[in-house]
Design a binder for this molecule. Structure first.
Ligand SMILES: [Ca+2]
Ligand SMILES: [Ca+2]
Ligand SMILES: [Ca+2]
Length: 207
């Protein structure tokens, strides 16, 4: 009986592990309450994610998610198909400093950071993805972060610039005027645990 119980538990555990990182499967993460506005309060997504769903409102103008990106530029994110009428997307590095952002993509008021975008990071690891209601923008202690602009394929992307671009996001401007649900569709994320295991050198032990 004890042995059978152990076998059942072991099988269940293996199934849970097998289902934890289904390769190529759709992995939907739902906003847990209200995702925070700065890295310390961001909602942590430890595994691969292909869709994030959440809401933005008058007193909830931006949501930040901590994700792990795979190396290369497979990362993409888009709010296409969201109920909320006008979004913005922001990518920050592990320190909370701005990397790249988009307000309106090629098709309208939703936001897209496409795969292979030359402004996207090539290094994998921890990043923060922010979605906001237009026109709530991230600020550092020195001011606005995304003040630089680059036009690629007729789409305007934002990059960090003065006065606040050298410092991490610490608050947001209070100008988000749209409310509603959003869905962010992503590619190029990975499990933070497996990424760290692959990229952490284990010191060899002397015999
Ligand atoms: Ca929210
Ligand atoms: Ca929020
Ligand atoms: Ca927009």
């Amino acid at each position: 009986m004890v042995r059978r119980t152990f076998l059942v538990l072991t099988t269940a555990a293996l199934l849970i592990v097998a289902n934890a990182s289904p390769s190529g499967a759709q992995t939907v993460v739902t906003e847990n309450g209200d995702a925070g506005s700065v890295p310390a309060t961001a909602q942590v997504i430890p595994g691969e994610v292909t869709t994030i769903t959440g809401t933005l409102a008058l007193l909830d103008q931006e949501d930040l998610y901590r994700v792990c990106l795979a190396p290369g530029q497979a990362f993409s994110a888009t709010t296409a198909g969201s109920d909320i009428a006008d979004t913005q997307l922001f990518l920050f590095d592990a320190t909370g400093r701005g990397v790249v952002a988009n307000d309106d993509d090629a098709t309208g008021l939703q936001s897209t950071l496409p795969a292979g975008l030359e402004l996207s990071p090539t290094s994998g690891g921890i990043y923060y993805l922010g979605v906001s209601s237009f026109d709530a923008d991230p600020l550092s202690s020195a001011g606005a972060i995304f003040t630089g602009e680059e036009i690629i394929d007729d789409v305007r992307y934002f990059v960090p610039g003065p006065p606040g671009g050298d410092l991490p996001v610490s608050e947001w401007s209070f100008f988000g005027t749209y409310e509603g649900g959003y869905q962010v569709t992503l590619t190029g994320t990975t499990s933070a645990t497996s990424f760290l295991m692959r990229n952490t050198k284990v010191p060899s032990r002397p015999f």
